[in-house]
Design a protein around this ligand. Structure first.
Ligand code: ZN
Ligand code: FE
Length: 280
């Protein structure tokens, strides 16, 4: 396979700390969670790429706000016979959670669904990961060569996890447990650059975690250069992310100190750590 037909995954910075992930192969591209159209349209134009799909993880505006403008742009640049607004939804796939109200989604997805992005030579499996929102989904991609990738939206962050806005701590824990069970080499593409703040909290939970200390140094180096700290790998999160470490004795002890109850059950340990982070 020649190099320009390899899949590349590019972070497009949006707002103050969002990442819109752009997948590109040859002359085609797809984007995940385009909260803002401007950086997407600018990148497509600069690199002469044709957008072939939009993927959405959940309904929040910082993940969906750019879709309408991107579709309008795609319509204006499509062949004349396709330039009927009523046909556009069928021309241009917008994937998203079936159980959330997102107007532009025309390929509603539920847990276990599989779909291909033929232009990118990539297939995805859908994981329901409720908690941040009730219908939040993640996309597990099987790359033509190499390891799996997960677009996890606001469910899992580097060294952190999303706030529980609509679901329960039990749901969020279950969602994170499912992600934990993916192959350790899976690359995790989360939707925000929150890593440095997350690491400050993680160090409060586990001050003696050597892997975390090493990660803190590396993240500080990257941020000083204004470079992204994502994607990370599941292996790295399992070693350093307190929201996946409900079985680590130091995390169990910290959860007990934070909540005042001797929590041992994984869900309870997770819930106590999440509660502590809310006020950190
Ligand atoms: Zn969100
Ligand atoms: Fe977000």
């Amino acid at each position: 396979m020649s190099n320009n037909l390899d899949l590349e995954i590019v972070p497009l910075a949006a707002f103050s700390d969002n990442y819109i992930w752009l997948l590109r192969r040859g002359s085609h591209a797809a984007v995940v969670d385009p909260g803002d159209a401007a950086p997407v349209l600018a990148y497509l134009e600069q690199h002469h790429l044709e957008l072939c799909a939009i993927l959405v993880t959940h309904h929040h505006g910082d993940h969906t706000g750019g879709i309408e403008e991107i579709l309008a742009h795609a319509l204006a640049h499509s062949p004349p016979q396709a330039q009927s607004p009523s046909r556009l939804p069928f021309q241009f796939p917008v994937y998203g959670p079936a159980s959330e109200a997102i107007d532009e989604v025309n390929r509603p997805l539920a847990d276990g669904d599989l779909f291909d992005l033929a232009e990118l030579n990539t297939s995805f499996e859908v994981l329901a990961v409720p908690g941040h929102t009730r219908g939040h989904i993640a996309y597990y991609g099987r790359m033509p060569a190499g390891c799996g990738v997960l677009f996890c939206g606001d469910t899992l962050f580097a060294c952190g996890c999303g706030r529980i806005f609509e679901g329960t701590p039990q749901q969020m824990w279950h969602s994170l447990a499912r992600i934990s069970a993916l192959p350790a080499e899976t690359r995790l593409y989360c939707a925000h650059e929150y890593t440095q703040a997350n690491i400050r909290f993680a160090l409060a939970v586990e001050p003696d975690n050597a892997a975390l200390a090493a990660r803190a140094a590396e993240v500080a180096r990257l941020r000083a250069l204004n470079l992204p700290t994502v994607p990370s790998t599941l292996a790295c999160e399992l070693a350093t992310n307190p929201f996946l470490r409900w079985e680590a004795p130091a995390v169990i002890a910290a959860a007990g100190r934070a909540s005042g109850i001797g929590a041992q059950q994984p869900e309870a340990v997770f819930a106590a750590i999440r509660e502590w982070k809310n006020d950190f």
